[in-house]
Design a protein around this ligand. Structure first.
Ligand SMILES: Cc1cc2nc3c(=O)[nH]c(=O)nc-3n(C[C@H](O)[C@H](O)[C@H](O)COP(=O)(O)O)c2cc1C
Length: 212
């Protein structure tokens, strides 16, 4: 009962924050209950084969759940589904590349902000098959937040730890939703920098291909 109450309160909070701040694309509420159990998702987690990657687009509800799992608010206004050093706001951001353009996930409003109308899917990965994924998440380290809080070595490590936690949550959510996912390190860094208009201090950490 307390669990259901918590979920209701969290959903209300997400809706209230979403109503007060602007997002170009409102995401439907993420799935927060039911579905496949965690231990079954552990058993099913895997990378979909790159050469035969599923090409159907995710439903908005599915993308919403995956983004929320990756770095959404799960406790009040300062608690996220992944741990961040010193409890800082997530210093690894998620950009979503689809046919319609590139969007930045905003955990504050659980929505997407348009960054560009460019379809950059075919350009971000250095392996040919990456372009077949209908949805590609681009994880980017927030260089300013990292250098404001950590020395260079810790900052680089902490960004990688954050991306690791986020991508594992993405893998598990994808397993639970029966969506194909694959972690990609081989990126066209300069293309990503250009397409996302990244400031010098920010840098891409990895991609997650998604499709079903
Ligand atoms: C740090 C890291 C980097 C990876 N980079 C790539 C990559 O550039 N291209 C690719 O096709 N797969 C990449 N993968 C996916 C791995 O090849 C895949 O996880 C591995 O084959 C194990 O398969 P599993 O995830 O199904 O257990 C990467 C995975 C990790 C964890």
């Amino acid at each position: 009962m307390r669990y259901v109450l918590k979920i209701c309160l969290l959903s209300l909070l997400l809706l209230a924050v979403a109503a007060s701040v602007h997002a170009d694309v409102k995401l439907p509420p993420p799935q927060m209950e039911g579905g496949m159990g965690l231990f079954e998702a552990f058993k099913k987690r895997s990378s979909a084969a790159g050469g035969d990657f599923p090409i159907a687009q995710l439903e908005p509800e599915e993308l919403s759940t995956i983004l929320w799992g990756a770095t959404g608010l799960n406790r009040g206004e300062k608690g996220w589904t992944v741990p961040m050093s010193k409890g800082l706001e997530p210093y690894c951001r998620i950009y979503v590349a689809q046919d319609e353009g590139i969007f930045l996930y905003d955990w504050r409003v659980h929505g997407l902000t348009e960054v560009s109308k460019e379809n950059v899917r075919a350009k971000v990965g250095s392996q040919n098959f990456v372009k077949t994924a209908p949805c590609i998440l681009i994880l980017v380290a927030d260089g300013k937040a990292l250098s404001d809080n950590f020395d260079a070595k810790d900052g680089a490590e902490f960004a990688a730890v954050a991306a690791g936690a986020m991508t594992q949550d993405i893998y598990l959510a994808a397993a639970a939703l029966e969506i194909g996912a694959r972690y990609i390190h081989s990126m066209n860094i300069e293309e990503i920098r250009r397409a996302l208009s990244l400031p010098e201090e920010d840098y891409p950490v990895c991609l997650m291909m998604l499709g079903k």
